[in-house]
Design a protein around this ligand. Sequence first.
Ligand code: CU
Ligand code: ZN
Length: 532
Amino acid sequence: MIVRTRKQPRRTTLSSSYDLLIRGGTLIDGTGAPPRPADVAVRAGRVAHVGDPGGARASEVIDATGLVITPGLIDLHSHADFTVLAAPTAEACLYQGVTTLVTGNCGLSPFPGPAGSPWPDLARFAARVDAGRPAVNLAPLVGHGALRAAVLGQERRAPTPGELGRMRGLLATAAEQGAFGLSTGLIYAPGSFAAADEIEALAAEAAGRGLLYATHMRDEGDHLIEAVEEALAAARASGVRLQISHLKAMGPANHGKVARALALIDAAAAQGLDVACDVYPYTASSTMLTSRLPGWAMDGGDDALLARLADPATRERVLAGLRPAVGRTFLPEGVIIADLPPGPYAGRVGDSIADIARDGGVEPAEAVLAVLAAHRARVLIVNHAMAERDVEAVLRHPSGAVASDGWVLRAPGDGHPHPRGFGTFARVLGPYARDRGVVSPAEAVRKMTSLPAARLALADRGTVAPGQVADLAVFDPGRTTDRATYDDPWRYAAGARLVLVAGEPVLRDGAPTGVRPGRTLRGPSARRGPEG
Ligand code: CU
Ligand code: ZN
């Protein structure tokens, strides 16, 4: 065991006593500054001292010789709002040193739910999350898809001025209740039904309240550049701080376009826009299979799609809309069934659309519709369609944060999920930074700590300095690596030895402690409310 602990008697002189002293380690403080030897002392949930502690005593001393101390990692892009109530222990985070998850991404948030939903607003959802005592913190965004569904349902049309006003009102309420930002998912129904003016109006509301606007753009393939331009135009028109989520280029014909996207971001930043992006270190994405269909096919939602697929003439139109993508941005060999509800294809989890098409003697587009129709349209895929050089380009870019886009919080479970939920951060720290030098270790840590904290306007997390909240991680740098693979995803990462959330050890000697001090953090518009 590399981390050793020992108890010392508590001294009566409070000024020189700490709750915890992490001694002998190398500090990577999150700012991007080079690693340096430094002890870190914690008192009352905050970092109390960084550097030589002199003669001060601590209730507990942890020997971090040979280990690296970092801020607790902040996952700027998570969907754990849909899983944390069932898995508040969040081991997949703890094994990577992740202490805060930004939820509500890609336009999806549990609130404001439709009439009758248990989550009419953020306050109700946050109260339920906090009552479940998560091990890690949540920093919620509110999803545009949820705002739109609450007002317009799944209808494919523009909102009336009154409806847009109601969406703005719901966004304002979420901000007052502690949301950190607004997100869109412009490839997902019903977000995909929104035109640019609707997004700009909501972005203006977000800007006025100091919120971040995070977007899963309208296109990540043939029209990636136009989609980046749309996102930048929304920021320009509204003044909002913009986060381009999981920047990528899908399909061989589009590989390399990420460089152009990054150049557009740089040019916009040079003109004064506050814009950044993020990336997960994999060349596959994971999403709902329905997101590959032409947008009109999703008008009215999943049930309306299923009705279209049941009508031969309409089904033919959906097929015709899907076919041009096949072999271009939709590679049948690379689209793997990750999870689906019970039904005839339940045994095909882990298989590709190409496999299913071959076995059924049909073209891939037909196989897609057959699987959707047989499983209530609720089919999750892993989609191998990106290029490693694009992943690395975003990772190297100074504004590119590391973010998982995951939702699986503990192993084992059902289906065949993307490994990113288990491995994103350890994979960047180990294989990408340490082994291949794609970025330096200090830069890798910055992209997981102070950079996401700055995007969230989260001032007291993301760096290790006196006064900061003591969300901390201690890694064995030589052993830090992801272990989850596409073939065997249910594997926790290796290397984290100690993780603190607000000074409380949630992982110790490399194992979860069962302590769950996390909670829902409150964003910039709610800071004056009870507790920030
Ligand atoms: Cu996402
Ligand atoms: Zn997304």
